[in-house]
Design a protein around this ligand. Structure first.
Ligand SMILES: [Zn+2]
Ligand SMILES: [Zn+2]
Length: 351
C-alpha cells in the first residue's frame, strides 16, 4: 500500500554528470548527458563497457556543438582508449537518433534498432522539404491551429529531420519484442513500447536490477503522445496505455531505471501507474470540456491547465489530437468538419 504524500520514486543521484563527464551508475555502465536546444534541454546517453569497445545507447542531436562534445568524450574523455563499436537506438526521435549515422559512417560502429525505428528515422531523414507539404498544412488546419501560428509557420522553412540528424547509411541489426541482446557483459530482454514512438525498445537486465528505459520509462515528465501528418488518425494514447500495462509486469521496486531524460530512478511499479493515470485524468478533463464543439487547439486549457508557449505549441497540438483520437475511437466523442477545415469535436450524444 502506498502512503498518501509519500513519493515512491527515488533518485540515487541528485545531479547529472557535467558536460563531457560520466557517472558510473553500475559496474561498467556510464551515464553521460548532452545538451538540447529546447525547453527539455538535455538527453541522457549511456555507455556500456564491452571489454574491447563501447556500446552507446542513443546519441543526441546532430550539430557541430554536439559533435565537438562527442569528439572530446571519445578522444580524451570518459570513453577514450577504446572505440565505440555499437550504437543501440531506443527510438527514432532526433534527440536520440541524431548522430547514429555519424557513429556508423565516421566511427565504424554497428547499429542495433527496431525495424520501425530504423525505417522511420531513415525515411524522415531522406524526406527533406524546402516548402510545407500540402498534407501537413491540411493537418494543421484540421487541428484548428491558431491563425497567427499557422501563418508564421507557413512562411518559414519547415522543420526537417535532416537539419538535426546525420545521414543514415544502409545496414542495421534488428531487435524485436522478446529478443535478448548482450551488452556490457550482461543479457538484456528486449520489450517494445508504443505511443510515444512506434516500436520503442526498452532493455531489462537479467543479472541485475537495471533497465534501459529510453523515453518509454521517464520519471517526473510525461512523455509526449503525439499525432503527426504521417498517420493523422492514429491513437498513441491507446498504444501508450497498452504498453504501460504490458511493461508494468516486468517492473520491480529494486530496478534502477536509466531513462532518456531527467535522472535515473527507482520505484518503477509506481511510476508505471502514474504514467497511465496522468492520461486517464486528462481524458476525463477533456470529456468535461467537450460539452461544446471544440478544435484540438481549443482543448489546450483542459489538457495542459497552463499557458502553452510558442516553443511547445507543436508538441501540445500533437498531444491534443492524440487524446481526441483516443476518445473518438472509443466512441465517446464525435467530430464534424467546419467550413475552415477544422474538426470540431464534441461529446457523443450532445446534439
Ligand atoms: Zn522521444
Ligand atoms: Zn527524447
Amino acid at each position: 500500500m502506498e502512503i498518501l504524500g509519500f513519493d515512491p520514486i527515488r533518485y540515487p543521484w541528485e545531479a547529472p554528470p557535467a558536460e563531457g563527464a560520466a557517472i558510473e551508475v553500475a559496474e561498467g555502465v556510464f551515464w553521460l548527458r548532452l545538451p538540447l536546444p529546447m525547453a527539455l534541454n538535455h538527453v541522457n546517453i549511456f555507455a556500456l563497457d564491452d571489454g574491447d569497445g563501447w556500446t552507446v545507447i542513443d546519441t543526441g542531436l546532430s550539430s557541430p556543438k554536439i559533435r565537438a562534445i562527442w569528439t572530446s568524450i571519445l578522444e580524451h574523455g570518459p570513453l577514450s582508449g577504446k572505440p565505440v563499436r555499437r550504437v543501440v537506438l531506443t527510438h527514432h526521435h532526433p534527440d536520440h537518433v541524431g548522430l547514429v549515422g555519424w557513429f556508423q559512417s565516421e566511427h565504424g560502429a554497428d547499429l542495433v534498432a527496431s525495424r520501425t525505428a530504423w525505417l522511420y528515422a531513415r525515411m524522415l531523414t531522406l524526406d527533406e522539404q524546402d516548402t510545407w507539404p500540402e498534407e501537413t498544412l491540411a493537418f494543421y488546419r484540421a487541428a484548428g491551429m491558431e491563425q497567427e501560428v499557422f501563418d508564421k509557420r507557413a512562411s518559414e522553412r519547415p522543420f526537417n529531420f535532416a537539419d538535426v540528424v546525420w545521414p543514415m547509411p544502409l545496414g542495421f541489426t534488428r531487435i524485436a519484442e522478446g529478443d535478448t541482446v548482450r551488452i556490457g557483459g550482461r543479457t538484456w530482454d528486449v520489450h517494445m513500447g508504443n505511443g510515444h514512438a512506434a516500436e520503442h525498445a526498452t532493455f531489462w537486465c537479467r543479472e541485475e536490477p537495471l533497465v534501459l528505459g529510453g523515453d518509454q520509462l521517464l520519471p517526473s515528465i510525461s512523455p509526449n503522445l503525439g499525432v503527426y501528418p504521417t498517420e493523422p488518425d492514429s491513437d498513441p494514447v491507446g498504444a501508450w496505455i497498452e504498453s504501460c500495462e504490458r511493461l508494468a509486469r516486468f517492473a520491480t521496486e529494486e530496478q534502477l531505471v536509466l531513462p532518456g531524460h531527467k535522472l535515473p530512478f527507482t520505484g518503477l511499479p509506481a511510476r508505471m501507474r502514474q504514467l497511465v493515470e496522468n492520461h486517464h485524468f486528462a481524458l476525463e478533463r477533456l470529456m468535461e470540456h467537450l460539452t461544446e464543439p471544440r478544435t484540438a487547439h481549443d482543448c489546450f486549457p483542459a489538457l495542459f491547465r497552463r499557458e502553452i508557449g510558442a516553443g511547445e505549441y507543436g508538441l501540445a497540438l500533437a498531444e491534443s489530437i492524440g487524446h481526441l483520437n483516443h476518445l473518438y475511437r472509443a466512441g465517446r466523442i464525435t467530430r464534424q468538419r467546419r467550413e475552415d477545415g477544422a474538426w470540431a469535436w464534441r461529446r457523443a450524444g450532445e446534439g
